[in-house]
Design a protein around this ligand. Structure first.
Ligand SMILES: Nc1ncnc2c1ncn2[C@@H]1O[C@H](COP(=O)(O)OP(=O)(O)OP(=O)(O)O)[C@@H](O)[C@H]1O
Ligand SMILES: [Mg+2]
Length: 539
């Protein structure tokens, strides 16, 4: 019985319960703190105090880390890691009455210019320059701070401006009026801010600014808005009656310095072995470039993983990307980027994913990369894959099998017979750590190996082991490697050696912090150009 309880408790607590309490400073470089595991302690019956719950379950951490972070000249955020939801407090600068007067004068001048021009757009840098000149002429001393503050208030996103400019945040979430705004911090996880919108109009004003920037409108007839900020961040906004507690905003921050395969190896999202394997399969050694779907839950990192794998596409290829919101950032020079467009105010001019995928096939693509497959474009994509094109896409689902089920049912309706054109389903998951933050792991790589009695057959080649926290090779011979071997006329061992070589290159890059998108792109190209030379260099 006691053993059984131990087992149940271990099951319930899982491996997370044994993690060390990492009291890392939030300024460390890693996005997701790695799981540091203590060696498993064997609890023996002879041990006097072998089974004491309070020894296993840690009391809630009483840590209180205070950190002031400077986001810009006028913005500061105070991070307090205490309680269940840590705080992210922003200082919202206020104007003195004299400064307010100057602000109003500048605003009036700007409005005058705006009404006399049809297509009025402000360039932030030159605006700040003009404001500085104006302030100097008025004898203001603290010109830098005040000009930044004025620009932020006039051209920025009001109370959200601080958060939108902080690259450490993954998401900014306004849930309505009278409630605090939440943010998702890359290292700390969900945090609550001190910013509250008391008035619907205040949130609506920010949403209107965003809508205007993309020439769209949000109103009673169309109370949902999907848009992109100037910095590339993805926005979803809703207004009542859709959202009951007032207007909402969900902003997925665009990462200026995108994650690369080396970051993913460092964070343990992918192993260097799997990365080497996917590199060989993406390139297909020139004979079989593979097609893949990266699937997982919301925010599990599907797009990021697809972006990092797409970086392996050889530089001689022509890549066409199709997205609802431009998120992909590839190191290649030959990329045609397409973005869908919703209907305009009169309900016209819509460009759907499907239209763009169809159109891409008339553009002589070598690779078609679809941001998110979810509707009619799935059939078009699979038709392309079945007629010799190569492609990739992401899809929302929880398991490899469910990915197939979703593909062959409404609203995607891909005929069963077309599915084997797909080589891989890469499953990714996001797991929440009890002490905050999250881990992202590729949990499975399944190969589509064909059809049997009308059913799609899957072969799992890599699997995440939650004890070792590694994505491990299952050891079942990969059909894809067999196909490459046959088409290329070389043995499987030779292909495995090639995977190993590429793994070494990736590990060398990880060890030497060669990680930015351009550095990674360059190293991949160098390897394609002169594999032996590059290996010699690193060994
Ligand atoms: N492996 C990773 N490690 C750490 N952070 C990651 C990782 N992958 C993605 N992220 C971060 O997580 C956020 C969400 O990632 P991404 O957009 O790739 O997810 P997604 O699954 O495509 O989301 P959605 O379902 O909304 O399309 C981004 O801010 C990204 O920078
Ligand atoms: Mg995505």
């Amino acid at each position: 019985m006691r053993d059984k309880r131990k087992e149940i408790i271990r099951d319930l607590l899982g491996d997370f319960a044994e993690e060390e309490d990492t009291e890392e400073d939030v300024s460390t470089r890693e996005e997701d703190r790695e799981v540091k595991r203590k060696p498993k302690k064997v609890i023996s019956d002879s041990d006097d105090d072998a089974f004491k719950l309070d020894k296993i379950i840690k009391s809630p951490s009483k840590k209180k880390t205070k950190k002031i972070k400077k986001v810009s000249d006028v913005m500061k955020a105070e991070i307090i890691e205490e309680g269940l939801v840590p705080n992210y407090n922003v200082t919202i600068p206020s104007f003195s009455s004299q400064e307010r007067q100057l602000f109003n004068e500048i605003r009036e001048k700007l409005v005058e210019v705006a009404v006399t021009q049809d297509d009025f757009k402000v360039d932030e840098e030159s605006f700040i320059g003009e404001v500085k000149q104006f302030l100097r002429a008025r004898g203001v001393r603290d010109v830098d701070r005040l000009s930044a503050q004025i620009s932020q208030e006039m051209l920025g996103y009001g109370k959200l401006d601080h958060m939108i400019k902080d690259d450490d945040l993954e998401e900014v979430m306004v849930i309505g009026t009278g409630s605090k705004v939440f943010v998702y911090h890359r290292k700390i996880g969900m945090m609550v801010t001190n910013v509250v919108f008391e008035d619907e109009a205040e949130i609506k004003a920010i949403i209107d600014v965003i809508a205007r920037q993309v020439n769209r409108r949000i109103d009673q007839q169309t109370p949902i808005l999907d848009a992109r900020l100037k910095d590339g961040s993805r926005v979803n906004a809703t207004i009542p009656p859709v959202s009951a507690d007032g207007p909402t905003l969900t902003i997925r921050k665009f990462k200026k310095d995108p994650l690369t395969v080396i970051d993913l190896i460092n964070y343990k999202t992918i192993s260097s072995h799997l990365a080497g394997f996917l590199w060989v399969c993406t390139d297909g050694l020139g004979v079989k470039p593979c097609n893949a779907i990266i699937a997982g839950g919301t925010g599990s990192g599907k797009t990021t993983t697809m972006n990092t794998i797409a970086a392996f596409v050889p530089p001689r290829e022509r890549i066409i990307t199709i997205e609802d919101t431009l998120e992909l950032q590839l190191p290649h020079s030959h990329v045609v980027r397409m973005e869908t467009r919703p209907p305009n105010i009169e309900g016209k001019g819509e460009l759907t994913m499907d239209t763009l995928v169809k159109n891409s096939l008339r553009q002589r693509p070598d690779r078609v990369i679809v941001g998110e497959v979810r509707g009619g474009e799935a059939i078009t994509l699979f038709t392309a894959l079945n007629t010799g094109h190569s492609g990739m896409g992401t899809l929302h689902s929880n398991t490899a099998r469910e990915t197939i089920t979703r593909l062959v049912n409404q609203p995607m309706n891909v005929p069963n017979i077309m599915i084997p054109a797909l080589d891989f389903i890469i499953m990714q998951q996001r797991m929440y750590r009890p002490e905050g933050g999250s881990l992202r792991r590729i949990t499975e790589v399944a190969e589509v190996v064909g059809m049997e009695e009308g059913n799609v057959q899957l072969n799992r080649v890599f699997e995440w082991n939650n004890v070792t926290d590694k994505v491990e090779y299952v050891g079942i011979a990969s059909q894809t490697l067999r196909d490459i071997s046959e088409l290329r006329g070389i043995g499987i061992t030779e292909i495995e050696e090639e995977i190993e070589k590429r793994r070494l290159i990736l590990e060398y890059m990880a060890d030497n912090n060669i990680r930015s998108i351009n550095e990674v792109g360059e190293s991949i190209n160098n390897y394609y150009r002169d594999p032996e030379g590059m290996l010699e260099q690193i060994l």
